[in-house]
Design a protein around this ligand. Structure first.
Ligand SMILES: C[S@@+](CC[C@H](N)C(=O)[O-])C[C@H]1O[C@@H](n2cnc3c(N)ncnc32)[C@H](O)[C@@H]1O
Length: 159
């Protein structure tokens, strides 16, 4: 069920980092964004709310799954957004136009073959941890005003 070493804890991306990740990906309303390991659903919610795209999160932790689905319902985003309660290793994300990842290097390494086979034009956005041995198209470094620390955002474009 779990590969690539240890458990990946829930550490939310600060909201200003989320906004920048989405600005870099710039999903169109007809596109699908998938956040693998979606935590409290903040990336999925912001994508659906601010970009009007379809957005799916995949989250293993039941409490986080429930919490994020209740935020989606409260904000009336259920026509655009949903969370799958499941294991990201078993989820078919090949339909994604944008993938967001705040995961550990071992997991990124495991996912690399599937990520590289996404269709042309897809964007992969990694927070803090790059995909091992893959050259990003762009690296953004920003200091979050929420936690005061620098964050790296890696963009990979499938060509
Ligand atoms: C670092 S947090 C990132 C949360 C969110 N993407 C964000 O940026 O705010 C990683 C999340 O991945 C979830 N996770 C860890 N392993 C998973 C797995 N195998 N399948 C689905 N979710 C997983 C954790 O429960 C946690 O919520």
């Amino acid at each position: 069920m779990r590969r690539g070493g240890g458990r990946i804890p829930f550490v939310p991306s600060p909201l200003d980092v989320v906004r920048r990740m989405l600005a870099i990906a710039d999903p169109r309303p007809d596109e699908l964004l998938i956040d693998l390991g979606s935590g409290d659903g903040r990336i999925v919610v912001s994508a659906a709310e601010d970009y009007r795209c379809r957005a799916i999160g995949v989250e293993l932790d039941e409490n986080l799954f429930r919490k994020s689905m209740s935020i989606i319902r409260d904000r009336l985003l259920h026509d655009k957004a949903r969370i799958i309660h499941g294991n990201l290793y078993e989820f078919d994300f090949s339909a994604a136009d944008v993938i967001t990842l705040y995961l550990l290097p071992e997991t990124l390494k495991d996912l690399k073959p599937k990520l590289l086979s996404l269709r042309r034009g897809s964007r992969i956005i990694c927070h803090d941890f790059p995909i091992p041995s893959l050259k990003p198209s762009e690296i953004t470094i920003m200091r979050s005003s929420i936690n005061g620390r620098p964050h790296k955002i890696y963009l990979y474009e499938i060509t």
